[in-house]
Design a protein around this ligand. Structure first.
Ligand code: B16
Ligand code: MG
Length: 214
């Protein structure tokens, strides 16, 4: 019996993926990596240092940046990103998510260290029993650890939880944790999801139930 929901944040609850893109693109320009749609898609759900490593590697610049230089670039990106998200309001909750939240018992499983700040800006803290700290888990998405922790904070078994994600890495994490995966976005990118919706506006408890009963 389904009893809980674990939400990804960027791209599911909050319309922030566009801000990550703006901030990472500047870093890509700086290191000399050409920005592509594939690179942009591959960064979704991947933690900060992992995202930077992908950007550096995409341009073949691995040997040009040591750990200290990487930390400085990540810090620069985050400073720019924090400025962009400082103006978030409840109007930045993705379509349909507020109504969906009113139906449920929930936790957040985001790779973002900025998650508690964004949830607060959106006015959504009261909905969530917990926001899992990504620094507290052994490995980031696609590893199952973060979605396993999201079930544990709700005192639920994985099979009692539905995870919602907009990234391929996140769907892998949900499936690895033994939870039911709901993908939101391009069904070809999220092909491993148990259930798929094109957009957040389509997600309701009834629509999930109907899709699972099929
Ligand atoms: P930060 P999610 C992820 O959030 C983003 O999708 C990803 O693009 C970002 O790099 C990562 O958070 C880390 O974010 O730099 O704010 O700690 O989709 O897992 O909610
Ligand atoms: Mg996401």
């Amino acid at each position: 019996v389904i009893k809980g929901f674990a939400f990804d944040m960027d791209g599911v609850l909050a319309d922030t993926a566009r801000f990550h893109t703006i901030a990472w693109r500047k870093i890509a320009d700086e290191v000399g990596t050409t920005w592509t749609k594939e690179l942009e898609e591959g960064l979704k759900g991947i933690d900060r240092m992992g995202s930077l490593a992908l950007i550096i590697a995409a341009g073949g610049h691995e040997n040009e940046y040591d750990q200290t230089a990487r930390e400085a670039l990540a810090e620069k990106k985050n400073t720019n990103y924090r400025e962009l998200i400082s103006k978030l309001t409840p109007a930045d909750i993705l379509p349909g998510m507020q109504n969906f939240l009113d139906e449920l018992k929930l936790s957040v499983a985001s790779a973002s260290k900025n998650a508690p700040f964004i949830i607060e800006r959106l006015g959504l803290d009261d909905y969530f029993k917990a926001v899992v700290d990504p620094a507290s888990v052994s490995a980031g998405k696609p590893d199952p650890a973060i979605f396993s922790a999201a079930a544990a904070v709700l005192n639920l078994k994985p099979e009692q939880v539905i995870g919602l994600e907009d990234s391929a890495a996140g769907i892998k994490s949900i499936n690895g944790a033994g939870e039911i995966s709901v993908g939101i976005g391009d069904a070809t990118v999220l092909a491993e999801a148990d259930v798929n919706f094109d957009q957040t506006a389509d997600v309701t408890l009834n629509a999930i139930k109907e899709a699972l009963d099929k």
